[in-house]
Each structure stands twice: as structure tokens, then as C-alpha cells.
Design a protein around this ligand. Structure first.
Ligand code: ADP
Ligand code: MG
Length: 394
């Protein structure tokens, strides 16, 4: 699945329309609360600017639902982008139309314009051909660097590619390179760590990885559906009753394929997921009635760490517990540190997992932390993402 990238094209003197994922969290005063996604786009933008392109940047922000929402204008994002790039950014008040075209036509090599929130227009999410054509008028070449939105067939991720030569940005290239490595001829031992709230969110990923990995370590809320499927009482832990048969099928599949499937031996249980609730570390088989398992216990964390440290390839998706609440964060921290220490190739996917890793200050200790939550999951399920499919093959 080799795609052409910005490196394969001559951009000097051309107007390059770049789709980025600037869907960043804003604080209550409307300023950018976390600029990781903006920083991740800088290599592509700098590369294009240094090679003499005029760059037109576009993104969505939040869910305005096809109309103008003042609180979701791109202005604060443009301000942050200008600071990070160290050059002015022309922030436009719309993303299509004659006025936008006029500004873009005057843009010089090395200059940057940022279009207004794409989702102010209903045509964006509807992948309306007229809207896509209007966007395409703003560039000679289209670059998609928005991996986080590549699983959506929208005008700016798919429609526009029908009108312009379409190549991948450097972030998109990196995402594809690392995530493909997990699916195509991976190194062994290959260990998958899965957690997060629900089994149902991760069924496709688990099924697809089970045919490739040597071991699966399961923590987080999803572990309790597997424990329940094996007949354990798990108190009031999150269990998806309608997924018990499926959990048994997945356990069988693992057994058939000789995949080691490791569930928690001990857990941190509490009456409620709050910092002040009475809590206790107990064996997974002995969660008190009415209590819930909210983190993996220390024994499980040590066992997971052993397996992780012996791996040559690791993929991790989903926190091991309710890490947002400090008394239930230790399991996620222990796993994050073990993955950080692992000498093999380490890849993290999932929005909350990436947030946990960032919160722990370990972002730089992994080979790749995906910027796409839903997109990375769909990729790992083995789906071809529409925003990647439309890019030119090498
Ligand atoms: P990601 O976004 O990385 O794919 P998920 O969205 O699947 O991860 O899961 C993250 C959520 O799972 C977190 O909000 C966390 O609090 C929750 N979670 C983890 N363990 C448990 C548990 N034992 N019980 C309830 N919720 C849990
Ligand atoms: Mg999530």
C-alpha cells in the first residue's frame, strides 16, 4: 500500500492544498488547550514552505453540524500555528467562494493561508461534489496529512482528490508505515495490549490481530466480559452481557492459533469510580458483590510488563483502568512504562490511550503514537480507509 508523498512531487511555485487534522481541544476561553495535532503537522507544512510552495491549510474543528458556530472558528488555531511556524498565517473567514479564491490567488511562495472550519458547510461531511470542486479550486496539488480523519469519506478527504493530484503528507506517511508494519509480516514476538471500556469497540481489532500476534494482554473494562465469559463473578464491573458468546469465540480462536491470551489475575476494585470510594486489591475471581474492577492489580501489571519487555513488536490500544481517576491509574502507568522500556518497535493507538501516554510524559518514548483514534482502530481492523485509498499509488 505504498502511496506517493510530498517528497515525490515538485512543489516550487505551486499552490498546495493541505488537509490537516487540527481538531484540537479548546479551553473554556476558546484557546487551544493541546496543540499536539498542530505540532504533528509541522514537518509537512515546513517541507512545503521551504521548497517554495504557497500553502493553503484546511481542517475541521469540533462538530458544528454544517452551520457557522462562532466558538468553533479556526482563528485560535491559526494563531497557534503562526507561533509554531514562526511566520504569519492568513486566517480566512470562510473556506470556499470568490473572496477566499481571491486571497489564495495572491498567496506567494512561502506564505500560508488557513481556511475556516470545513464543517461550517454541510457539503463537507456529505462529500458533496460541488463543495469538493470549490475546495479543489484553491490548489494545484492536494496533500492529505489528516490521518485522524482518513476513515471519513468527506469532501476534503475524498471528494477533492477527484480533481487534483493527491499525495500523502509526512504524518500520513508515518502513520501508514507504522500501522502497516503491525499487519504485514510483523516481527516476533508480537504482543498486543488491549484495554479501554468495551469489548464491542475492539472486536474487529482483536479478531484481526489474533491471527498475527503471539500474545494478547487484556486489561481495562473489556477484561470483565472475558472473565465473566469464563464463569467468574465480577460484581458490578462493566460487562457486556450480549458479548459473552463472542468473548468465548475469541478465547477459542486464540487457543486454536496458539496465542497466549492473558487476563488480569488481580484487580483494584472499588464501590465506585471516584477517588474517595473504599477500594481494595483483590484476585480477579474475588471481586466483592456490588463492587467494580477499575484497574489491573500489581501482580497483573508485573506479568504484563514481563511479556512486554520480551517483545520485538508491541501494539497498545486502550487504558488498563479508569486512569482519569488517580487511584485507578497505576496499571496504565505500569504498562506505559513497560512499553516505553521495551527495546522492540512500539506503537500506540486510540485517543484515550494517547492522552494517557501524553499525561504521563512518555509520548517521546514510543516509536509511534497514532494521532488517529477511530482511524487507527479501523486501520487495525484491516479496513482500507477512504482518505488513504484516494491517494496516488507509488
Ligand atoms: P481508546 O480511546 O484509547 O481507544 P477507549 O475509549 O476504548 O480507549 O477506553 C478508554 C476509557 O475506558 C477510559 O475513559 C477509561 O476510564 C475506561 N476504562 C478503562 N478501564 C475501565 C474499567 N475497568 N471500568 C470502566 N471503564 C474503564
Ligand atoms: Mg476513546
Amino acid at each position: 500500500m505504498e502511496k506517493r508523498t510530498v517528497r515525490d512531487v515538485d512543489v516550487a511555485g505551486r499552490r498546495v492544498l493541505v488537509r490537516v487534522d487540527f481538531n484540537v481541544p479548546l479551553d473554556p476561553r476558546g484557546r487551544v488547550a493541546d496543540d499536539r495535532r498542530i505540532r504533528e503537522s509541522l514537518p509537512t507544512l515546513r517541507d512545503l514552505l521551504e521548497r517554495g510552495a504557497a500553502v493553503v491549510v484546511m481542517s475541521h474543528l469540533g462538530r458544528p453540524g454544517g452551520r457557522v458556530v462562532e466558538a468553533l472558528r479556526m482563528a485560535p488555531v491559526g494563531e497557534r500555528l503562526a507561533q509554531l511556524l514562526g511566520r504569519p498565517v492568513h486566517v480566512l473567514r470562510d473556506c470556499v467562494g470568490p473572496e477566499v479564491e481571491a486571497v489564495v490567488a495572491r498567496l506567494q511562495p512561502g506564505e500560508v493561508a488557513l481556511l475556516e472550519n470545513l464543517r461550517f458547510h454541510p457539503g463537507e461531511e456529505a462529500n458533496d461534489p460541488e463543495f469538493a470542486r470549490a475546495l479543489a479550486r484553491l490548489g494545484d496539488l492536494y496533500v492529505n496529512d489528516a490521518f485522524g480523519t482518513a476513515h471519513r469519506a468527506h469532501a476534503s478527504t475524498v471528494g477533492v482528490a477527484a480533481h487534483l493530484p493527491a499525495v500523502a503528507g509526512l504524518l500520513m506517511e508515518k502513520e501508514i508505515r507504522y500501522l502497516s508494519r503491525l499487519l504485514e509480516g510483523p516481527d516476533h514476538p508480537f504482543v498486543a495490549i488491549l484495554g479501554g471500556k468495551k469489548v464491542s469497540d475492539k472486536i474487529g481489532v482483536l479478531r484481526n490481530l489474533l491471527t498475527r500476534v503471539d500474545a494478547v494482554l487484556v486489561g481495562g473494562g473489556m477484561a470483565y466480559t472475558f472473565l465473566r465469559a469464563q464463569g467468574y463473578g465480577v460484581g458490578r464491573s462493566v460487562v457486556e452481557e450480549d458479548k459473552l458468546d463472542l468473548a468465548r469465540d475469541l478465547l477459542d480462536l486464540a487457543r486454536q492459533r496458539g496465542v497466549e491470551f492473558v487476563l488480569p489475575e488481580d484487580v483494584v476494585a472499588a464501590e465506585r469510580p471516584t477517588p474517595d470510594a473504599p477500594r481494595r486489591t483483590v484476585l480477579a475471581a474475588e471481586i466483592p458483590d456490588g463492587w467494580m474492577g477499575l484497574d489491573i492489580g500489581p501482580r497483573t501489571a508485573r506479568r504484563f510488563a514481563e511479556v512486554i519487555e520480551g517483545a520485538r513488536l508491541v501494539v497498545w490500544n486502550g487504558p488498563m483502568g479508569v486512569f482519569e481517576v488517580e487511584p485507578f491509574a497505576a496499571g496504565t502507568r505500569a504498562v506505559a512504562e513497560a512499553v516505553a522500556r521495551c527495546p522492540g518497535t512500539t506503537v500506540v493507538g486510540g485517543g484515550d490511550t494517547a492522552a494517557a501516554v501524553e499525561q504521563l510524559g512518555l509520548l517521546d518514548r514510543f516509536d509511534h503514537v497514532s494521532t488517529g483514534g477511530g482511524a487507527s482502530l479501523e486501520f487495525l481492523e484491516g479496513k482500507e480507509l477512504p482518505g488513504i485509498r484516494v491517494l496516488q499509488d507509488r
